[in-house]
Write a protein that binds this ligand. Sequence first.
Ligand code: BTN
Length: 217
Amino acid sequence: MRVLHLETAESTQDECFRLLESCRAVAVRADVQTRGRGRHGSRWHSPPGGLWLSVGLIGADGLACAVAGPVAVCEALAPYLPSPALIRPPNDVFHSGKKLAGVLVEKRGDKVVTGFGINLYQEVFPPELNAVSLKQLGGTGFNLENVAERVIAGFTGLLEMPLRAIISKYNGYLMGLGKRVRVGEAEGRFMGLSEDGFVIGEIVIPVGRFTGMEIVE
Ligand code: BTN
């Protein structure tokens, strides 16, 4: 896979979409993003010190990317952390109650771009972000390049596996599994992700409609 490193980009997502006009697979990372974006149209704070990375693939399965993305982050960071990072569904990565990384999947026609925002070296965050960096968690021995390589290799490797196998890994990192939870109107025991969506007791919530889970016990 071609991997491009830019000092600055508006958003590595857009760079990837542009490059996919002339290739089938590409990764772009930038030191800084001036218009980084998160899920639900939010702004993604992208100062120096974080890993701002997008992986673009023609014809990839969007659901597989959304599931594989956070798993790839948990696996890539595992060697540097004292205990595993966890997935807060649908695709945030948390450690010690704070957000360590977020994943955004965007699809335009047959172009699928998966964006990874991973906090590595930042020392301060706006408090409303409830964020933490790998460095603040005591992580050592990592750098931007080796984490980027591990995420890209892990992510593309996961996409070679059947969706069921990726989901099973995802459930292994899931926060709140087996607990009583509330998501909108739905309340019940959280059984995790299936191929149809998130299973809360008897209810299945499609992946795209799953937001704001509260653990009630
Ligand atoms: C989230 O809302 O949690 C997802 C955040 C995804 C941020 C990454 S940073 C690299 C890529 N470029 C962007 O503009 N967004 C994603």
